[in-house]
Ligand binder design. Structure first.
Ligand code: TMP
Length: 215
């Protein structure tokens, strides 16, 4: 089962990926956690270019192509092998992030994005996508607080975008979820961490055991 996590900056997805993985492993499942951009050595190098706050001259098209390149390598090196081995793959961001950020945020052509997503994934699509939704001011506030406490490589190229950009991304995600209600589960991320982990565990184990299937 391939499960992706999406949401604006600071929505708490990375924490939930880690906690859900721990819970599923406790239940005996084999789980691989990964993220985009990144998730394998070559894609991690592309990530460093994409998120480097000093790369102010990067064009939106270059950005889109780099996400596609990183994704292609990540599928090849990490996602496909794990799925083929029967593992549950929990992936922090995937193709929906490109539609939300490069499509709704940067306003790049939607057809081009969908074509590139198709080429990069070779048709691999998530079985379930969890959209962690929270107001932009809340998410960005958390993300910026995290950055100010971080040392080393500065990965804040997107956090530095305007509030309007992040609103467009959030609305883009909500529109995607509304368009594909079977694949998406929208989770209120403006709550305590244990409450959210509990909800996600129930949701995912119901999918894994088929308990949520309507006969
Ligand atoms: P994160 O690891 O904090 O989620 O950072 C990844 C950043 O990359 C985040 O700002 C969203 C952005 N992103 C895109 O713009 N397009 C994409 O396709 C992906 C996967 C991420």
């Amino acid at each position: 089962m391939f499960i992706t996590f999406e949401g604006i900056e600071g929505c708490g997805k990375s924490t939930q990926v880690r906690l859900l993985a721990e819970e599923l492993r406790r239940q005996g499942y084999e789980v691989t956690t990964t993220r985009e951009p990144g998730g394998c050595p070559i894609a991690d190098k592309i990530r460093a270019i994409l998120l480097d706050a000093t790369n102010t001259a990067m064009t939106p098209l270059t950005e889109l192509l780099l996400y596609a390149a990183a994704r292609s390598q990540h599928l090849h090196d990490t996602v496909r092998p794990a799925l083929a081995a029967g593992k549950i793959v929990l992936c922090d961001r995937f193709t929906d992030a490109t539609v939300a950020y490069q499509g709704c945020g940067r306003e790049l052509d939607r057809t081009l994005i969908e074509q590139l997503n198709g080429v990069a994934t070779g048709g691999v699509t998530p079985d379930l996508t969890i959209l962690m939704d929270c107001p932009v001011e809340i998410g960005l506030g958390r993300a910026l607080a995290r950055i100010s406490g971080t040392q080393g490589a500065r990965e804040e190229r997107f956090e530095l975008e305007s509030l309007q950009f992040h609103e467009a991304v959030r609305n883009g995600y909500l529109a995607l979820a509304a368009g594909e209600p079977k694949r998406f589960a929208v989770v209120n991320a403006h709550r305590s961490i244990p409450l959210i982990t509990g909800e996600l565990t129930t949701l995912v184990t119901a999918r894994l055991t088929g308990a949520d299937r309507v006969l």
